[in-house]
Structure formats: C-alpha cells, structure tokens
Design a protein around this ligand. Sequence first.
Ligand SMILES: [Fe+2]
Ligand SMILES: [Fe+2]
Length: 333
Amino acid sequence: MGNDKNSGEPNESKYGDATFVSLPLLKISTGKPLPGAIFLCLGHRMVRYRSKDDPIEPAEYDKLVFNRVRYIFFDEVDRMAFDRWVKNTEAADTALEPAVAANAEAAPIAQAAMDQRRAIMDIFSNPKDDKQVAAAVDVSKRVVTEFMRKPFAINNIQQLQRYAKGAVDHSVNVSMLCVFLGLRMGYSHQVILENLALGGLFHDIGKVLIETRSDGGLTGSDDPEMQKHPVLGRDFLDANKEIPNEVKLMVAQHHEFLDGSGYPNKLKGLAVYDLARLVAIANTYDNLISESKLNTIAERCSEAIEKLERDFESKLDAKKLEKAVKILRYSFL
Ligand SMILES: [Fe+2]
Ligand SMILES: [Fe+2]
C-alpha cells in the first residue's frame, strides 16, 4: 500500500469477469462481520483483503486510514448485501446511548459530539482540505457551547465515549474528556474550553501524515516514525490561521511526561504547557480503556482509573491527575 493509491472518485471497475464497486473506507464499521469479501486496489490489481464474515478490527482499520486507503471494493454481486450492512452498522454506530437519548438536556451535547465525529472523519480521510479543518473548529465550538449551557447534563462521560472505530473515535473521546474534565476542574472561560476541545480532537492528527514505510506497516507507539506524529500534527495545524497557538502546543506536547520520559522532546516539569498536561491525562485514560481486556465499559474505566493513579503519578501533572481521578470516579458511580 502506498500513499494515495486509492484516492479518486468512487466508481465501478471491471477486472477480468468481475465488476467491482467502490465503497469509501469511512463507511466501513469495525469489529463487525463483513457481508462479503472486500478488496483493495493496489496498483492496477484488485487484491482480496478480507473474506465474508471477517471483521476489520480497529487497529487494522487505522492502518488503512494511515496508509491513505480511501476506498475499498467489493464484487458487484454483493451490492445489496453491502448497502444493507452499511445502513445497519451506520445506524448502530451513531445511535445515542439509551441514557443520553432519554436525557433531553444531554441530547444537544451528544448530537454535537456526533457531528464532531463526522468532521474529524472527514479530515482523517482528506487531510489536505482546509475547509474541513474550519468545519471541525466550528463544531468543536458548538460542543463547548452546549456543554457550558448545561454543564451537569452529562454526569457520566462514558455515555459519550465510543470504542468502535480506532483513531476517529479516540479523537472525539479525548476531546469530550478534555472539555468534561476542564469544566469540572474549574476552567470556565469559553475560549480555554474551546482550545481544550480542539487540542483533544486534533491531538493525533499527525498520525495520518506519517509516510508509509516500504513494508506498508506501522507498529505501535514505540515506532520511531509514529513518534513523529505530535510534530507532524503541529505542523499541519500551523498552516491553518484559525487554530490558536495554545492548541498547537497541546498537539505537539501530548506525549511529553513531566518526568522527562515522554516524546518527542523529553520535556520536563514546567516546560510542558499547562493544558497539554490535561490532554495527556485524557489521552492516557482513553488509551488505557481501549487496551483493556475487560468486558464492560464500566470495568474498563475503573481499571483505567486505577492504572492512571498507580502507574502515571510521576508522568502526569499530579494535581490535575488527582482531580481527574476524583471526577472520573464520581462520574460513573
Ligand atoms: Fe498521540
Ligand atoms: Fe491519542
């Protein structure tokens, strides 16, 4: 897989006897059995990528996104099955949690979060388009407005968190967590909360800009290429005048730890921007939840909170961490 190999408009293509139909990758839901085999267009060949009933797991999905795969293909005979599947999985992926749906005060926040998810999906799929960044900024401001209008409408941030689709959902989760924690920690200025929402949303945007290695694979956070993503993200946002410097700092520093063990600059203590420390807490927490092997979201959250307290005390801002742990613990009682 190379960059931009799958870009271009969706179409139907004939290969031998078969006709293939393209489907935007973003329409594919992760973790759910596929209704038919899917193919990638590599060079001028269709290569079978997954068989019927295989799921695409979030980590695999992210690899495709980061490799700039924009379209997958299926055999025309499966068209009806794919249409139905996309409709059903999309409905499930965007359904509000029952507790949120039943809470009229929380619904506008949840709706804004959903729109933010769509906006960041668009950027991940086409990072070169400035208009999409502007749209993500607008919707993030709306998230903050809705949160400030009813700051206690959502007591349980889990209700807004989703774990289906890798980096897209992670970005929205971190953004929501930053605003939720920021508000409860006493940051009450709208602009600061907006910056937190944007810092959370864009913190991993650099991952989509990493050049693919010749073997096509990117491994975990230990990969030196992957460790460039905070800087690439900051540079990406630098090109956009709407993005405040504070947001760029949060993006550049979200993997710095106060004991100097983070990356890319091994910054220590006060060298790490105050609000980047909050993004680091939200990011670490959401990653711990995703990595957890436990079954329910409640179990995963409480395990993640324990690990935050136990393993990250010297790395994350101690005062903020103490407050965050209290807020998160209280929020899902
Ligand atoms: Fe990151
Ligand atoms: Fe992250």
